[in-house]
Design a protein around this ligand. Structure first.
Ligand code: ADP
Ligand code: ZN
Length: 434
């Protein structure tokens, strides 16, 4: 439970009771459907094509009448086809990092930007960031929503933000020590890399740095990666989730209980669906997350299919917040590799590797095809273990137990695989494209 005296940014919203949350959602959904129908040709057509009248969506029970919006809708309407306000009401534009194709342009009114900053302020607050904290923001500044999103969050809670942006690892470490940074914000894969890089540069992470909180997100990561980061730096790591289409980071954040990430229910309605059939799933079942952002002005998105796989819990959290929670993201449905007919998520491979003592932090997953699909996992280890048959056997058996297929395992000397400054790219698919 959050002690009463503690600083709570946007306290009223953070501590909304279930009844209050559902009445906000009920009222917002009706308004939102009318708003999107009236102000965007895109939703007018989408509703008309589906034969749904906006007034037939009267409550949350009618959600399933609303047609889904998907990533290709945004790409097809590139750059600003889903705008619900005149251009002169826009305040800024961002674009997705485009890891999966053409970028998606995201538009904000002044109100949207303020709302987003407030959500980011809550993110920082929930993780325990306070006025006076020094936040080193190593997310990329620019079109990507990560950099500025975390920047606004730090500003909202009155912390001191150091906008180092991505890269220049030596300088990051120098500033981290000299400025006595207390909060690190970056992708988890970069933080894992900083563990290694700091030692290589002669730092003793727990002595030279005073980090106490980490805000890590923008890509899937494992409990094991969290443990490595926390053990190295002595900080407490929080998982943060978001995506550009939903303004950016700030959709969900782990509270001190760290049993799932709270999705801010006064702004987002979250559903889980079966990604193949679109059927809505009961809370607790794994499926694709679908988000509706309730009070956005520039670019309303109704039932937006995230492609991210997770589960939703609606029970009360020991922290006292009632905003429902999602489990750690397992991966995107489009990250999933199908190798010889078996589904493989990169996050499962990471989970296995990080549990084997003696392996380094960096790995790569290679899929090739020679008569059959083949999976090769390359992972770094100490020089004297490169030819260790016992270690090979352990990794192969553990991968088989988790994935259900055999993988070739190759050990590489530490420092060989590429390091990543933003989102890690660990999969190399060499199979011929049709
Ligand atoms: P892009 O699609 O261009 O990479 P974004 O930068 O907006 O666009 O990335 C959003 C995606 O990043 C999410 O849909 C999700 O797949 C992933 N992501 C964000 N935060 C997390 C997180 N905490 N855990 C796992 N995946 C995450
Ligand atoms: Zn909680």
């Amino acid at each position: 439970m959050v002690p009463r005296g503690n600083f709570l940014f946007d306290r009223r919203a953070q501590m909304l009771k279930p009844k209050q949350l559902s009445s906000i959602q009920q009222a917002s959904i009706r308004k939102l459907v009318h708003y999107a129908y009236r102000n965007t040709a895109f939703y007018r057509k989408r509703f008309d094509d589906a034969g749904v009248r906006p007034e037939s969506v009267k409550s949350l029970d009618d959600m399933s009448k609303i047609p889904f919006t998907v990533k290709t809708d945004l790409r097809d309407n590139y750059p600003l086809g889903i705008l619900a306000v005149p251009l002169n009401r826009l305040y800024c534009l961002h674009a997705s990092s485009g890891t999966t194709g053409k970028p998606i342009v995201v538009a904000y009114t002044r109100g949207d930007l303020e709302r987003w900053s407030r959500l980011m302020g809550r993110t920082f607050d929930v993780a325990g960031v306070r006025k006076g904290d020094i936040v080193q923001n190593m997310y990329g500044y620019g079109l990507f929503t990560g950099g500025l999103g975390f920047h606004y969050g730090a500003r909202a809670v009155g912390a001191i933000v150091v906008p180092t942006s991505v890269g220049n690892t030596k300088r990051q470490l120098m500033l981290m020590k000299d400025l006595q940074t207390t909060v690190a914000a970056c992708t988890p894969s970069y933080m894992v890399y900083l563990c290694e890089a700091s030692r290589a540069e002669g730092y003793e992470p727990r002595k030279d740095f005073v980090l106490r909180i980490g805000l890590f997100g923008a890509e899937p990561w494992s409990e094991e990666a969290r443990k490595r980061i926390e053990d190295s730096f002595g900080l407490r790591a929080h998982d943060c989730y978001g995506m550009s289409e939903l303004c950016g980071p700030g959709v969900a954040i782990e509270c001190e209980q760290r049993e799932g990430l709270h999705v801010w229910g006064d702004e987002f309605l979250v559903e889980t669906i079966d990604p193949d059939t679109g059927e809505v799933l009961e809370p607790g079942r794994e499926g694709e997350l679908v988000f509706t952002m309730l009070s956005r002005e520039a670019m309303p998105l109704l039932r937006y299919r995230s492609r991210d796989l997770s589960r939703v819990f609606e029970d009360e959290c020991a922290c006292g917040r009632y905003h429902s929670r999602i489990a750690r993201i397992k991966g995107r449905s489009d990250d999933m590799l199908i190798v010889g007919g078996v589904n493989v998520f990169p996050s499962q491979v990471e989970h296995v590797l990080m549990n084997v003592p003696g392996l380094g932090d960096q790995y790569q997953i290679i899929v090739s095809h020679e008569e059959l699909d083949r999976l090769t996992v390359k992972v770094e280890t100490a020089k004297h273990r490169l030819q260790d048959p016992e270690l090979t056997k352990t990794v192969q058996e553990d991968l088989y137990a988790t994935l259900g297929i055999r993988a070739n395992v190759e050990f590489l000397e530490e420092g060989t695989l590429p390091r990543h400054e933003g989102k890690a790219r660990r999969v190399v698919d060499l199979r011929p494209k049709e």
